[in-house]
Design a binder for this molecule. Structure first.
Ligand SMILES: Cc1cc2nc3c(=O)[nH]c(=O)nc-3n(C[C@H](O)[C@H](O)[C@H](O)COP(=O)(O)OP(=O)(O)OC[C@H]3O[C@@H](n4cnc5c(N)ncnc54)[C@H](O)[C@@H]3O)c2cc1C
Ligand code: SF4
Length: 342
């Protein structure tokens, strides 16, 4: 590991000022991703500003009925919060599907939004990688890409975003609160992440030195009926091959409103707006759920070894929506799903 200066900030302006003078510096949350990347030589900050002790460790109700999650809130505390569990179960489930108990005790909400891709070439400094060093190439496209993107990728990069938490949050229309050099601003999570394009080294629209202070969840009454489902190679301690975050509002057998996001399939947590549009006003039936999945997946561009993600994601979305609507579907649709019958 390279030598670095360690500082601990007492408030947001001090943290932002500390990085303003350190173009190669970085904030340190729980350190569960950044320290690993430093040990691998992938990240080489010369200044680390510890922001995990800033006063952003609270989960507060907002006057509009939403919830503010401080950036320093630990993943374990967020998953265990009774309001989150009751009003946004999809978020608690997503957090508990990630990492391990020990890691969740350290990882923060702010750091979890900004964890970096798990593409094996990105993490190996002996290999070329456009995301690590622009212009060196993308060996994943012809090489190992089983766990990489099928949506929104570019010639330059086919990496996937690894956070489970962010998938649930993007489905819930979360808004990121940022303190930067010119003061405070908010960024909807839907516009926070970037597709790789020809600048894959940039994961988000943040500028150097922008400090995440909180994440706001707007009120969403029907999020009480929400779920996170994650498919992975082993039952725990593994990143998603595909995942689905969904919340749905059904009345009289018809979908009144719905929120859907996918994980493990793109450079960003993927908000499935085409699937949502296809479902609003449709019958809450398996056929409509499959049609909605197909509408979203029509733009998928799978590679040699990850084409399995397309039918897998279609089935996971359909199964998740069936589970969420089991009491609200027309009686004729209460038959076991086709795959279960086979
Ligand atoms: C073995 C292993 C398995 C894992 N499995 C999963 C999994 O299945 N699913 C999953 O979602 N995650 C998983 N994780 C990832 C883990 O959850 C992340 O490492 C963690 O969420 C990062 O949070 P952190 O606070 O430790 O971030 P850090 O490592 O401290 O920081 C990550 C990045 O965020 C920046 N940063 C931190 N705080 C702020 C802030 N307030 N403002 C601006 N920038 C900030 C840092 O500079 C750094 O760039 C796994 C990790 C490991 C090691
Ligand atoms: S997919 Fe992206 S992160 Fe992986 S090797 Fe290619 S450029 Fe690097």
């Amino acid at each position: 590991m390279n030598p670095f200066l360690f500082e601990r900030a007492d408030d947001a302006p001090a943290a932002v000022a500390a990085l303003a003078g350190a173009p190669n510096g970085a904030f340190l949350g729980g350190g569960t991703n950044l320290i690993d990347l430093m040990k691998l030589g992938v990240a080489t900050p010369d200044v680390l500003v510890d922001v995990s002790h800033l006063p952003y460790d609270r989960i507060e109700l907002l006057p509009n009925g939403g919830i503010r999650i401080g950036a320093a809130v630990r993943n374990s505390d967020l998953a265990a919060n009774l309001t989150i569990r009751a009003r946004y179960p999809v978020l608690a489930q997503a957090l508990l599907a990630g990492a391990s108990g020990q890691l969740r005790n350290l990882a923060t909400a702010g750091g979890s939004l900004l964890q970096r891709t798990r593409c094996v070439y990105f993490q190996d400094i002996s290999k070329p990688c456009n995301k690590r060093e622009l212009g060196t190439g993308c060996p994943a496209r012809a090489g190992y890409h089983r766990n990489l993107a099928i949506l929104g990728a570019s010639q330059a990069c086919i990496a996937t975003h690894p956070s489970d938490m962010a998938v649930a949050m993007i489905a819930l229309d979360a808004v990121v609160r940022v303190h930067g050099a010119s003061g405070e601003r908010t960024i909807p999570l839907a516009g926070f992440y970037r597709l790789p394009g020809d600048e894959p080294q940039r994961d988000t629209v943040l500028e150097h030195g922008d400090l995440i202070t909180a994440i706001d969840l707007p009120p969403l009454a029907f999020a009480t009926r929400s779920r996170y489902r994650k498919l992975r190679d082993r039952a725990s301690y593994a990143f998603a091959l595909v995942s689905v975050a969904a919340a749905i509002d059904v009345a009289g057998g018809e979908v009144r409103d719905v929120r859907i996001a996918f994980g493990g399939v793109a450079h960003t947590p993927w908000r499935a707006t085409r699937a949502e549009a296809a479902l609003r006003g449709a019958s809450a039936t398996e056929g409509e759920f499959r049609r909605a999945a197909d509408a979203e997946l029509a733009s998928a561009q799978p590679l040699r070894d990850n084409a399995f993600k397309v039918p897998l994601l279609r089935n996971v979305l359909t199964r998740t929506l069936l589970d969420l609507t089991v009491d609200h579907r027309p009686a004729v649709d209460h038959q076991p799903a086709e795959e279960e019958q086979r």
